[in-house]
Design a protein around this ligand. Structure first.
Ligand SMILES: [Zn+2]
Length: 206
């Protein structure tokens, strides 16, 4: 497993602002919700500041935190920052993390009440996930109950990811949304688009 590519803060901030405006336009970051981050060459990550309108993001809406979630300058990081930094600590192959409140992933978690995972199989679009060459495969996305205890959830996420036998690209939080990651922003955006689409397919099936 090779390390993710890294970038400097100004480049990361500009890329995250553009991604935020894109995802807000799709309706996946409504009402200031969600947060986006990129791993930095100087260590830590760039992440969206708390409570910003994701449709109007500029580079000034980003801040830098270390991998314990501690700000490295002015500004208040999102409450969910620990879920980003926990993923970067878990795997050096992760270079970008996107947390969105898209409707399909939000509702599918509720529809799968009592289930701790979403299993996707047989879809052609599974090939959008890095390393997948065929529809004839099965990808697991863990599902967690929603909580306001972010530190506890971050620990639970890492424990579950450690126990998975196959590569994992993201997870759902019931009634809340999804976390998706990739080696870089482009890959994470592709994974997110695929997961939100396939979650919609699963809802249509049920
Ligand atoms: Zn959220």
């Amino acid at each position: 497993m090779t390390s993710a590519p890294v970038t400097d803060f100004p480049s990361a901030a500009a890329a995250l602002a553009a991604a935020g405006r894109d995802l807000h336009g799709r309706g996946w970051l409504p009402a200031t919700s969600g947060n986006l981050s990129l791993r930095l060459d100087a260590g830590g990550c760039a992440i969206t500041a708390s409570g910003r309108d994701k449709g109007r993001l500029t580079q000034a809406d980003m801040l830098r935190v270390d991998l314990d979630g501690v700000p490295q300058g002015p500004g208040r990081p999102s409450a969910e920052t620990l879920l980003h930094t926990g993923l970067y600590r878990w795997s050096e192959a992760i270079g970008a993390v996107l947390h969105t409140h898209g409707p399909a992933t939000t509702v599918l978690g509720l529809r799968l009440t009592g289930r701790d995972r979403l299993e996707l199989a047989g879809y052609e679009l599974l090939k959008a996930f890095a390393g997948v060459q065929t529809h004839d495969t099965r990808i697991v996305f863990p599902i967690f109950d929603n909580t306001q205890d972010i530190a506890a959830l971050a620990e639970e996420v890492t424990a579950v990811l450690e126990g998975l036998p196959t590569p994992c690209y993201g997870y759902l939080i019931r009634g809340h949304g999804t976390y998706v990651w990739g080696r870089d922003l482009e890959e994470a955006m592709r994974h997110l688009e695929a997961l939100e689409y396939l979650a919609g397919c699963e809802l249509a099936l049920r």
